[in-house]
Design a protein around this ligand. Structure first.
Ligand code: NAD
Length: 421
């Protein structure tokens, strides 16, 4: 029998308990220790899982020789110091999104992981969802024609954060999905926003990413909206996809609609756009919990020594875009250059000495095989929605904050199915 991977999880606020619950369901994995400065949170988790050890000192947890891997689910400002301590102690490390507060921090973590031969993974949870993988399959099969643009809305009332703005909190999910579907890095970003509640912390932002061939993406993030909306529209030259992550039954709808310009016309009177309205189709999506797939993938990568789908480099790409969005906010929406277009042929990394993320890499890297089958709605792996008449289809960095209490919005009960913020 294979030795189980012993995992330590730090941060038992809102998200950490979901990670603990899912890691415990992976046969090869044992949650050995959970860590939080807040003893009440520790007591709560230990009341659910009495066999798990509780720890308040993160450094002591990573120094434990019995721990093989660490999962970090604390506030963003702790991600870098904790991940550095974990990797330095020789532990595989999974960091929640966003990976860190700057590209410099991400680059250092990637370098340490590479030098020590450790798995470094980032919790871009939505890339492990069957719906997103289905969208990728549809786009890759060119069922929607040429991909033109993507618009994303992630809105809610709260949860207000004090140390990061809403783009850093919510947009990592949309950015990671957009890069995954586009298979390209943007050459520039613009971002505008407003801070209505906490001075200097934007609670609503509108970000646009610009890609080659006139392709673009718009991301609207808000903590200041009456409704919870998690929606993405993927517009192609032939069809369009609407992805509604809140919908229980029809997360993805494919609209057979398009508009075309007349190929040639002699007079203005002859000029008519041609609108096509066809069927709407909703493929079956398997209802797996993305976080469980993510946790299983982490353990598999540790076992196989493979690069995760959401590697440190993928985390860095997202943080680079967030960093640029913050620069753009200061310029009231002015454009910030990112990766120059020639690099968007994906042959080389824009970061010296680093390979592109597995999402972008075309060759040369062993990317962990991913259970693609989980995303196949029609069971045979091919997707042709309109082929048939579809329809059913205590060390200093980890010290407590000023008032001696752990920063956190605690008291949230672990959800049965974790929904990413
Ligand atoms: N992948 C997703 O879909 C998703 C969803 C929600 C949150 N997240 C991410 O998870 C992370 C945590 O978010 P949250 O909402 O759970 O935060 P939270 O504030 O609710 O919880 C953080 C916990 O970390 C603990 N903590 C802080 N410093 C500590 C230290 N030095 N040692 C030990 N414990 C410490 C706090 O006491 C608190 O219990 C964030 O990075 C967030 O972006 C990811």
């Amino acid at each position: 029998m294979k030795k189980r991977i012993n995992v330590g999880v730090v941060g038992l606020g809102y998200w950490g308990p979901n990670l603990v619950r899912n890691l415990r369901s992976i046969p090869d994995c044992r949650v050995k220790t959970v860590c939080d400065l807040n003893e009440e949170r520790l007591r709560h988790i230990r009341s659910l899982y009495p066999e798990v050890e509780g720890e308040t000192d993160f450094q002591r947890m990573v120094n434990n020789p019995e721990i093989d891997a660490v999962v970090i689910a604390t506030s963003v400002r702790f991600h870098y110091p904790m991940a550095k301590a974990s990797l330095t102690a020789g532990k595989h490390t999974l960091i929640e999104k966003p990976m860190a507060t700057s590209t410099a921090e991400c680059e250092e973590l990637i370098e340490i992981a590479q030098r020590k031969g450790l798995v470094l993974m980032v919790g871009h949870t939505f890339l492990y969802s069957a719906a997103v993988r289905k969208i990728k399959e549809i786009v890759d099969n060119r069922d929607i024609g040429d991909l033109r643009y993507i618009s994303a809305r992630r809105l809610n009332l709260g949860l207000f954060q004090k140390d990061i703005n809403v783009a850093w909190d919510l947009a990592p999910h949309d950015i990671s999905i957009i890069l995954y579907v586009m298979q390209e890095l943007p050459f520039s970003v613009n971002c505008r926003g407003g801070a209505h509640i906490t001075r200097g912390v934007e609670d609503v932002t509108s970000m646009s990413l610009h890609f080659s061939k006139e392709r673009s993406a718009i991301i609207h993030s808000s903590w200041h909206d009456p409704r919870k909306i998690r929606e993405m529209t993927i517009v192609g030259s032939r069809r369009m996809i609407v992805y509604d992550d809140i919908s229980a039954q029809e997360k993805i709808k494919i609209y057979d609609v398009r508009v075309e310009r007349p190929p040639h016309y002699d007079s203005f009177a002859e000029f008519h756009y041609a609108y096509h309205y066809g069927d709407t189709y909703s493929p079956h999506i398997k209802q797996d919990e993305p976080l469980k797939t993510e946790c299983g993938h982490y353990i598999e990568c540790i076992r196989d020594g493979a690069v995760p789908l959401t590697s440190g480099t993928a985390g860095l790409e997202v943080v680079r875009i967030l960093e640029a969005s913050s620069e753009s906010l200061k310029l009231n929406g002015g454009p910030i250059d990112l990766w120059p277009q020639p690099n968007n042929g994906y042959s080389a990394s824009p970061f010296p000495g680093q390979s592109m993320s597995p999402l972008m890499a075309r060759s040369g890297q062993t990317v962990a095989p991913f259970p693609v089958a989980a995303s196949r709605g029609n069971g045979n792996g091919t997707h042709a929605p309109f082929a048939k008449n579809g329809g059913n289809g205590t060390s200093a960095p980890f010290a407590k904050n000023g008032n001696g209490k752990a920063a956190g919005r605690n008291g949230h009960a672990a959800k049965v199915t974790a929904a990413g913020r």
